[in-house]
Structure formats: C-alpha cells, structure tokens
Design a protein around this ligand. Sequence first.
Ligand SMILES: Cc1cc2nc3c(=O)[nH]c(=O)nc-3n(C[C@H](O)[C@H](O)[C@H](O)COP(=O)(O)O)c2cc1C
Length: 213
Amino acid sequence: MSTQNIADLRKSYERAELDEEASREDPLEQFGLWLQQALDAQVPEPNAMTLATVGEGGRPSTRIVLIKGFDARGIVWYTNYESRKGRELALHAQAALQFHWVELERVVRIEGRVEKTSADESDAYFNSRPLDNRLGAWASPQSQVISSRAVLVANAAKAAARYALSPPRPPHWGGYRLVPDTWEFWQGRKSRLHDRLRYRLEGTSWVRERLAP
Ligand SMILES: Cc1cc2nc3c(=O)[nH]c(=O)nc-3n(C[C@H](O)[C@H](O)[C@H](O)COP(=O)(O)O)c2cc1C
C-alpha cells in the first residue's frame, strides 16, 4: 500500500459488539469497563484522549492529553492554563473528548462543560509528578512562540537552580474537569453496521439511545 492508494485502505471491524442489554445503564460504569479492557489489552497509550475546544470566531482545535482521573464529577486532565487550550476554555467552557482504542475497534466520545480542578487537587497531582516534569511545568510557556529549543533548556536550568528538589505548582498550571452531559460508545462491526450507543443527560437520569452508524 502506498499513499497513492490511500482511498483503497479499509478494514472490517469484527472483534466485538455493543448492545443495549450488555451495556451499563450508567455511562461512567461503561467507560470504566472499557478503559479497564483497554488497559488489560495493553493497547498503546490507553490513557490518551483527544481534547477539542472552541476558540475565537467558533474556530475548533484539538490536541491530545492524558486522562488523570474520572469519577461521578467528571474527567480530569492537567495542563498549562495559559496554553491555547487554556485560553480557549476561558472563552468557551465547553469541550469534547475522544478516546480511540484502535486494537479494540472502539471509540468513546464525551461532551460537556469544563471547570478547573481545585487548587488542592491540582497541588496533589502536581506533587505526585516526577521532578523533571514539575520543573518542565515552569520551563515551558506552553503554546507560545519561542526563538529556539535553547530557551526551554535554559528555563529548565533556571527552574532547577531556583527550586532545587521541591518546585511548587506554577500558578499557570493545573487541572480541568469535564462534566459530561453526553457520552457515545462506538464499537466497530462488520459491513460498516457499527454499534453506537449514546447516553444523554435528561434531568438527573441518563437516556440511552442507539445511533445509526
Ligand atoms: C500522548 C500525548 C499525551 C499528552 N498529554 C498532555 C497532557 O496531559 N497535558 C498537556 O498539556 N499536553 C499534553 N500533550 C501535548 C498536547 O498534545 C499539546 O501539544 C499541548 O498541550 C499544547 O496544546 P495547545 O497549544 O492546543 O494548548 C500530550 C501529547 C501527547 C502526544
């Protein structure tokens, strides 16, 4: 296969199925089950998710972040609050997340409003990170134009000299939590007749519906 024939590249999805009976009534439980199965299957980077935000003029942008926690309150990741995504979330506190577990032929999509995690929660996670990562949070003005890689190396050396073994959490660094109001679980099936179950919040209960693939 060469890039010339890219239009002919297709795959039949036949590993599993997802139906109304076998799926959980609570999407959080269904997510926990699938994430555990992705961990058990040792798929590459099972914790990587695409995060979509909306910027000025309704312009969307995406990037990958790592899930660092999930419970009934929502899905958590950590980043630089002054990054592009941080600035976009300050403008529109709504986002979408997507996991693609290729080997399992599964996708999960999650949508909802986004809030910052508390300072205590961000501190606890920050302090659990390896030293290099903590210094890195000080060294990188994420998403800003820099003149060369040397700037980062110099910033990291400065942070190391200043904070030694115990850098505090930078004020511009912390967590976000997406509070889901919609989930979709996609399982690839044969002949493009994939299974899609969407859960949407109505009042305080989840309505589960099948979507056409
Ligand atoms: C597998 C993977 C995991 C990543 N995890 C994070 C993360 O948890 N937080 C983060 O800020 N950036 C993470 N990044 C880098 C982002 O994808 C992105 O380059 C960065 O956050 C800047 O995005 P922005 O300019 O849109 O804000 C990750 C990249 C990859 C490939």
